[in-house]
Design a protein around this ligand. Structure first.
Ligand code: URA
Length: 246
């Protein structure tokens, strides 16, 4: 049985009804889950280019987050990246520097990907669900995520990543519209979506690096660190299989 899942629509899914049909379709993918999309308007991207989306974002006043920002944090990394990492929203350092994931969590994210020789200068494109810093580092509200969604849709369309990594529950919620994602349950799984904008991309939720910073880094195989290590290896394998096909 499959369920209906919308990208950027207001319908909610629970992660129980999203994780439905497991398939073994690639030797590199232990398990993958297919989610369906009931609306197919997500390909109707408002902006005609990434540059146009960025220009609009830089002066955006679509939600109240614009009042507290120092900088709009649009992205970092390369525009022909095969891997896009989507986080939650800028924190203090990101707001000050205008770049995503440059604080402690970002440095850890860089280390995690560097462990499999992937980095933002050569391989990754990094962005967030919202482009302006929420006050006191709170999670973005649904209306803030919705107000920002046209920018993210443009980023997905024009970067055209084959692999999308969702760092933390807010990114899972924002992209897959899962109401209350249990990141401990779905992390490390490849999710395939039939949503036109997401179709033919491998999507994997991972722990947010801030979560790892809050947990002890021990060698226990069930520790968040060990799981992240496993997940990044899986991401590297998927990346390698893409580059082998070229
Ligand atoms: N956390 C995020 O989710 N994104 C950032 O850019 C920084 C911290």
């Amino acid at each position: 049985m499959e369920t209906q899942l919308n990208l950027f629509s207001s319908e909610k899914n629970t992660d129980e009804n999203v994780i439905l049909s497991a398939s073994e379709e690639s030797p590199n993918v232990k398990k993958s889950f297919v989610v369906d999309a009931s609306h197919n308007d997500s390909k109707n991207v408002k902006y005609k280019s990434l540059e146009e989306a960025k220009t609009a974002a830089m002066v955006c006043k679509k939600c109240a987050l614009c009042n507290g920002r120092t900088n709009v944090v649009f992205s970092d990394g390369i525009e022909n990246a095969k891997i896009m990492i989507i986080g939650e929203g800028p924190g203090e350092n990101e707001d000050l520097q205008g770049l995503p994931f440059v604080g402690r969590a970002g440095q850890l994210l860089d280390k995690i990907f560097a462990s499999v020789n992937l980095n933002r200068k050569e391989h990754l494109y990094i962005c967030n669900i919202v482009k302006c810093r929420p006050p006191n580092n709170r999670a973005p509200l649904e209306e803030e995520a919705n107000a920002c969604s046209e920018y993210l849709k443009a980023q997905i369309k024009y970067i055209d990543p084959k692999i999308i990594i969702l760092a933390g529950a807010v990114a899972v919620k924002g992209i897959l519209k899962i109401k209350d994602p249990k990141i401990t349950k779905i992390r490390g799984q490849w999710i395939e979506s039939k949503d036109p904008l997401l179709a033919n991309r491998k999507i994997m939720p991972i722990f947010h690096p801030s979560y790892l910073l809050r947990h002890e880094w021990n060698k226990n195989p069930d520790s968040p660190k060990a799981m992240m290590w496993k997940d990044v290896q899986e991401i590297k394998k998927a990346y390698e299989s893409l580059t082998r096909c070229e």
